[in-house]
Design a binder for this molecule. Structure first.
Ligand code: ZN
Length: 85
């Protein structure tokens, strides 16, 4: 006799914890180097204490070179922005 127990197994698997997502994400702000508008960005601290990437301003669409510096002792995040010419 074949009974279908697969549904029960699926239900158990669906209760797996979702806590494994990184908490090393900090919401930061930078000021657009072109228009001065404040933009929100998310910094993934797990990427390292010194980061650099490009973000486009939501207001003027100009790309900003974002520089992130994280103090390993205090966890303080500094955000710098430069206009890309
Ligand atoms: Zn801008």
């Amino acid at each position: 006799m074949i009974t279908d127990n697969l549904d029960d197994l699926d239900n158990e698997n669906s209760s797996e914890p979702k806590e494994s997502r990184s908490y090393f994400e900090a919401e930061q702000q930078y000021q657009c180097a072109a228009c001065g508008e404040t933009n929100d960005i998310f910094v993934d601290i797990a990427e390292g204490y010194s980061q650099s990437f490009v973000e486009e301003c939501y207001a003027c669409d100009k790309p900003n070179q974002i520089t992130i510096a994280i103090d390993p002792n205090t966890g303080q995040v500094s955000v710098g922005s430069d206009l890309i010419s």
